[in-house]
Design a protein around this ligand. Structure first.
Ligand code: 5GP
Length: 183
């Protein structure tokens, strides 16, 4: 692939990601058996995780999205902005927020608060990745595929300045990619 040359190391292969996502879906299927759920993807980063996850979800579910942003480059701004809100009414519903990565936990905790205040009967979090070392908001996803250390990763939906989301695996960029783009 054209983008492979920018990757220093592959952390999780396409096959490993697929296996873990299937396991998460099976746990969700079991927990919500007989119920209807709303799956809310937090865009943009969650689109790849969400589309793979729903292939294995065996429940009546509606799909919705919240578009929000908290990152510029590789640094968190400490603020989240809802650029586009979900359209389905969450009142009295079981909601699962789908996130690409829980880093400080700011994004999911802010969105969980918003959806809870709208009267959802439950709000849980499924995240592809969990980065516990920065977890200022003490959010532990209810389900996550992989835990990672203090590194900036790309691929499978995760970007660096809007690029690399289309990598089918998760990896770490070569340092010169940041220096090249920051100069
Ligand atoms: P949080 O609000 O939990 O601090 O950060 C969540 C958002 O930050 C994620 O949805 C993601 O967009 C971005 N983010 C955090 N860590 C990384 C990372 O290692 N790589 C990429 N590409 N984005 C990250």
């Amino acid at each position: 692939m054209l983008l492979d040359k920018d990757i220093e190391k592959v952390l999780f292969s396409q096959e490993e990601i697929d296996t873990k996502i299937k396991e998460i879906a099976e746990q969700i299927n079991k927990e919500y058996q007989g119920k209807e759920v709303i799956l809310v993807g937090i865009l943009k980063g969650s689109f790849a995780f969400m589309s793979k996850l729903i292939e294995y979800i065996d429940l009546y579910c509606s799909i919705d999205f919240i578009v929000c942003s908290s990152y510029v480059g590789t640094k968190s701004t400490g603020l989240i902005h809802i650029d586009s809100d979900m359209k389905v009414n969450a009142e009295g519903k079981d909601v699962i927020l789908i996130e690409d990565i829980v880093d400080t936990g700011l994004t999911v905790s802010a969105i969980k608060d918003v959806v809870t205040k709208r009267g959802a009967s439950s709000v849980k979090i499924a995240s592809l990745l969990h980065k516990p070392c920065n977890n200022k908001y003490h959010v532990v996803p209810d389900w996550y595929a992989f835990e990672i250390g203090n590194e900036f990763v790309v691929g499978f939906g995760l970007d660096y300045n809007q690029l690399y989301r289309n990598l089918p695996y998760i990896g770490v960029l070569k340092p010169d990619i940041y220096t090249k783009q920051n100069n």
